[in-house]
Design a protein around this ligand. Structure first.
Ligand code: C2E
Ligand code: CA
Ligand code: CA
Ligand code: CA
Length: 277
């Protein structure tokens, strides 16, 4: 991005040819990073506008030591294209459950949301894996939320839907991520066994200045409520936007206005400081 270039940070460029030596090195490095514990999860809080409390955190993947730096979405793309997304998502889930235990220890009973790739939805044993993991961590159902995008359904709708139904049946809450970006399909959202819809940042960014976006967001919130979903606005960066969303009846917000994604220890410190303020 231009901001990164200004700061003089070199960013990773994906190799164009997936079979180039450069690309194979990137994949080998990522595999090494996973096995050597070089990957990290950072966490961003989610606030309820109903009672002004923090209700959850979203886990976002990071590769801190990596030079040149690599963005989370590109890391995930590399993992998807090289078959590493399966072990990475499993690692993410283990980490997220450990994080949930640490939060509880700090007196913070928050949900932990993790992002699931479309590839994971096509793994036949995925729901079983999630259930076993929950059992082995003695976790309360309903406190680990899986986020999936609508577009992740498109590649293989029948199998993806079967996976989501199994997860739902097992009591695992699902969230529809990036809603309103790309081609939203109203027929899918109606069928999805989700509890939460996250409105994409692209619709939230210009809420203050674009009346059209306000109409779209308000209509989306009303529609989601009618269908029984809770609504989260993503990418909220200022107080004025919080106020607009509150007036529209939005349930929860996430964004830099609250906190940037950060290591768990830092977030726990920030949240427990706020409690004692
Ligand atoms: P996402 O799931 O939509 O995550 C939200 C992204 O928006 C994050 O970018 C977050 O840092 C950023 N963000 C949050 N609040 C604000 C804000 O107020 N302003 C702006 N400009 N940005 C904000 P990040 O961490 O770079 O992740 C990008 C994408 O990579 C994620 O989008 C998700 O699709 C994917 N991703 C990240 N971690 C994982 C993971 O563990 N597994 C999978 N499958 N995908 C992941
Ligand atoms: Ca997400
Ligand atoms: Ca999102
Ligand atoms: Ca996204």
């Amino acid at each position: 991005s231009s901001a990164a270039r200004e700061k003089g940070i070199a960013y990773y460029k994906p190799a164009k040819d997936p079979y180039s030596p450069e690309r194979l090195t990137q994949v080998t490095d990522l595999k090494h990073a996973l096995h050597e514990g070089e990957l990290a999860l950072w966490y961003q809080p989610k606030l309820s506008l109903r009672d002004g409390r923090m209700v959850g955190v979203e886990a976002l993947i990071r590769w801190p030591g990596r030079q040149p730096a690599i963005r989370a979405d590109q890391l995930i793309q590399l993992a998807e294209q090289s078959g590493l997304i399966r072990p990475i998502t499993r690692w993410v889930m283990e980490q997220a459950l450990a994080a949930r235990a640490l939060l509880l220890e700090a007196g913070l009973d928050l949900t932990v949301s993790i992002n699931i790739s479309p590839n994971n939805l096509r793994e036949k044993d995925f729901p079983l894996f999630v259930q076993r993991l929950m059992t082995s961590h003695h976790q309360h159902r309903g406190r680990l939320i899986l986020e999936v995008t609508e577009t992740s359904m498109m590649q293989d709708p029948a199998n993806s839907m079967r996976t989501l139904r199994s997860l739902d049946y097992a009591g695992i809450p699902l969230a529809i991520d990036d809603f309103g970006s790309g081609y939203s399909s109203l027929s899918y959202i109606k069928q999805l066994p989700a509890c939460e819809v996250k409105i994409d940042r692209s619709l939230i960014t210009d809420l203050r200045t674009h009346p059209d976006d306000r109409i779209i967001v308000k209509t989306t919130i009303d529609m989601c409520h009618s269908l029984g979903y809770q609504v989260v606005a993503e990418g909220v960066e200022d107080e004025e936007t919080i106020e607009l969303l509150r007036e529209m009846g939005c349930d929860m917000i996430q964004g830099y206005v609250l906190a940037r994604p950060q290591p768990l220890g830092d977030l726990i410190r920030q949240l427990t400081d706020q409690q004692t303020d």
